[in-house]
Design a binder for this molecule. Structure first.
Ligand SMILES: C[S@@+](CC[C@H](N)C(=O)[O-])C[C@H]1O[C@@H](n2cnc3c(N)ncnc32)[C@H](O)[C@@H]1O
Length: 246
């Protein structure tokens, strides 16, 4: 998913600041409606997606682009890192066409072997690049987020969405960025197993119906199949030791 935000702060006469913000969320997959967000089911690697976003923005430039996009991982780490890097370049390519000078870009990365090359590319467009690892992201995962501040286009760079991202030939193609571990200790730690007070809590089935009404309506048939699969009785019998193997 990629979020593109336009904060139109010029409308000072409007007291409700949320009305001056346009947010577009883009994902390949269908999304639940989100209040105040324009949903676009589209591919960020496709050139037409940019014009669809700009149409919603009335051709104004965005203040912030946030990219949480990720491919379906295969478990082949080198391959997954490469594909994630390519998706980041697609997001960056679009960002160079839509972000206002001085704007910011936040994106998910996989901190693999070649990450300093990605940092160097980002540093060509942003004054400050930081790698952030929030507490909600598992410590054992190579996932992290680049926070890129103060966008400006290099003088010799012409943004062009019709071609893939052109890597910059910076003499120093490896760059080390500051690393920030964020989040305070009051939140749940994704690496810790917690003991719950079983007297005052109820154990639920692992698969729960979604809370959203739209999602429930659209996918009710599918959900029923998931919640009551044909083999559900067999699982219950196995749990009770009633299943006879022949
Ligand atoms: C880690 S999930 C993000 C989930 C989202 N932030 C949420 O909380 O539901 C990665 C998302 O990136 C989307 N994605 C992958 N490639 C994409 C592409 N080329 N264009 C748009 N979305 C893409 C996937 O469909 C997936 O929903």
């Amino acid at each position: 998913m990629i979020y593109v935000l336009l904060l139109d702060l010029g409308h000072k006469d409007n007291n409700d600041s949320s009305e001056n913000i346009t947010i577009v969320a883009v994902d390949l997959q269908p999304m639940m409606p989100i209040k105040g967000v324009k949903i676009l089911q589209a591919d960020i690697t496709h050139p037409n997606t940019l014009s669809r976003i700009l149409e919603i923005f009335g051709n104004k430039h965005a203040d912030l682009v946030i990219c949480d996009g990720a491919p379906d991982v295969t478990g082949l780490h080198d391959f997954d890192e490469y594909i994630q890097g390519q998706l980041l370049f697609s997001a960056l390519n679009m960002t160079t066409c839509i972000l206002r000078p001085g704007g910011n870009f936040v994106a998910k990365i996989f901190r693999g072997r070649d990450i300093s090359f990605l940092y160097a590319q980002l540093k060509c467009f942003f004054e400050k690049v930081t790698c952030a690892k929030p507490l909600s992201s598992r410590g054992s995962s190579i996932e992290a987020f680049v926070v890129c501040e103060n966008f400006s286009l290099p003088e010799d760079y012409k943004p062009d969405i019709s071609t893939p991202f052109q890597e910059r030939k910076n003499p120093d193609m490896s760059y080390i960025v500051p690393f920030v571990a964020c989040g305070d200790l009051s939140a749940y730690d994704s690496e810790t197993t917690y003991v719950f007070d079983t007297d005052n809590s109820t154990s639920l089935d692992a698969i729960q119906p979604p809370i959203g009404k739209t999602y429930l309506t659209i996918f009710s048939t599918l959900i029923n199949r998931i919640l009551a699969p044909p083999y559900k009785r067999a699982i219950e019998m196995k749990r009770k030791g009633e299943l006879q193997y022949i």
